[in-house]
Design a protein around this ligand. Structure first.
Ligand code: UD1
Length: 384
């Protein structure tokens, strides 16, 4: 009898709660569900809860319903993380698991991992080893803590694995598997390409075609501070004078803009948060992406679009090193000159060529399959 046939099914609890976790875990959850050697339960923390931040992603990605839900909702970092921590603990006590799977760097990731680690349940961390090296970012704290309580660390790249080695994590606990956001982008870009949103946005901005436009997203805590956001928006306005800009607003950003009564010119088209297919439709047709999102900068290169980062650093250093993304800072003084230089025809073409070159050698769309292989290889135990 093979080892797999002799093994009892591994009980796995997958914890998720935010928009990026839905996108990046969808391909993994589907494969884990199909594995006879595993029995997966999915717990949704409820960190994200609005239709456009949550339910639409289940529908578009074909993600099955969770087995348990906490409905923690919004709150301060401490109260939200605490609710997730106690909620996941209660779930693990009620329905024991042999391992807990988390992804990335959100409060849901930290709460899920910590609850498991305190019950001595092994933690599997996807997107392990990413570092911005900025300890004031809530995400940096979350990902460092999760990496250091994880039993199996599945890194997206060799650079991320090297970060873990530098922090003293044993190589035997680490494997490089790639990024599942690339898996999802590759799978859905075809069906997304011709969605009506592209024409609607061009019409709203009076643009001849999407190649004249830029797509923008901003949501990070450090970029939505009241003393930062107006200056950042001033930088976007300078870009929009040359390349009209469409900007789906994250609820956090909308709230701050409303509180500051911050208005934008008609060259900037504000939209509600978009579903996965609409954002992908725009992403693959626009001239460039301006963003502070980690997930979107990877998806941009997967579909061959340059990413101009509204940050001073990135966890995805390989994108900057390979020339398909560039750091533009988060203030008008840096955003405007850097981004405008990179949006010119020769520079835009150069970044597109870099993205196409890189996409052909990295990110083969098989990260989810490698993740499942690693989980089976390292966590399945033969029945005594
Ligand atoms: C969280 C993650 C961040 C991730 C991002 C994707 C942490 C620390 N941060 O940030 O890493 O990139 O998700 O969006 O976990 N809101 C709604 N509807 C929702 C969810 C949120 O209106 O469904 C509003 C609430 O007012 C909330 C605010 O958005 O206070 C921020 O949401 P929250 O989940 O706290 O953080 P994000 O900024 O989304």
């Amino acid at each position: 009898m093979s080892a797999a046939a002799a093994a009892s099914p591994l009980r796995l609890l997958t914890v998720l709660g935010t928009r990026p976790e839905l996108v990046k875990l969808a391909p993994v959850i589907e494969l884990l569900d199909a594995e006879p050697a595993l029995r997966q339960r999915v717990l949704h923390t409820g960190q994200h809860y609005s239709y456009e931040m949550d339910a639409i992603f289940f529908a578009e990605l074909g993600l099955r319903a969770p087995d348990a839900a906490l409905q923690v909702g919004s709150g301060s970092h401490a109260s939200q993380t605490a609710a997730i921590l106690t909620g996941v603990e209660a779930e693990l006590v009620r329905t024991p698991a042999d391992a807990v799977l988390v992804l990335g760097d959100t409060n849901s990731t930290l709460g899920g991992a910590l609850a498991a680690a305190k019950l001595a349940v092994p933690v599997v961390h996807l997107e392990a080893g990413c570092r911005s090296h900025v300890r004031t970012m809530p995400e940096e704290i979350n990902r460092v803590l999760v990496d250091h309580c994880a039993a199996l660390l599945l890194a997206p790249s060799a650079e991320a694995a090297a970060n873990l080695r530098r922090e003293g994590i044993a190589d035997k606990d680490v494997a490089v598997v790639g990024s599942t956001s690339i898996d999802a982008a590759r799978r859905f870009v075809g069906p997304a390409r011709d969605r009506p949103i592209v024409g609607a946005v061009c019409a709203a901005l009076g643009a001849g075609g999407p190649a004249e436009l830029t797509l923008c997203t901003v949501h990070r805590a450090e970029n939505t501070e009241p003393d930062v956001l107006p200056d950042l928006v001033a930088g976007l306005e300078r870009i929009a004078e040359h390349y009209p800009l469409c900007w789906p607003l994250h609820p956090r950003t909308r709230k701050v803009m409303e509180a500051l009564d911050l208005r934008v010119s008609p060259r900037i088209h504000l939209l509600p948060p978009l579903g996965y297919l609409d954002i992908l439709a725009l992403l693959c047709r626009v001239r460039a992406l301006l963003t502070d999102s980690g997930g979107l900068q990877e998806e941009a290169y997967a579909v061959g679009t340059p990413a101009l980062l509204l940050r001073h650093e990135t966890e995805w250093t390989y994108l900057v090193d390979s020339g398909c993304a560039a750091l533009c800072g988060n203030r008008e003084a840096t955003i405007a000159p850097r981004a405008l230089a990179l949006l010119t025809e020769p520079e835009n073409r150069r970044m597109r060529a870099a993205a196409a070159r890189h996409a052909s050698t990295a990110g083969d769309g098989q990260a989810a399959a490698r993740i499942v292989t690693e989980i089976k290889k390292r966590l399945l135990r033969a029945t005594p």
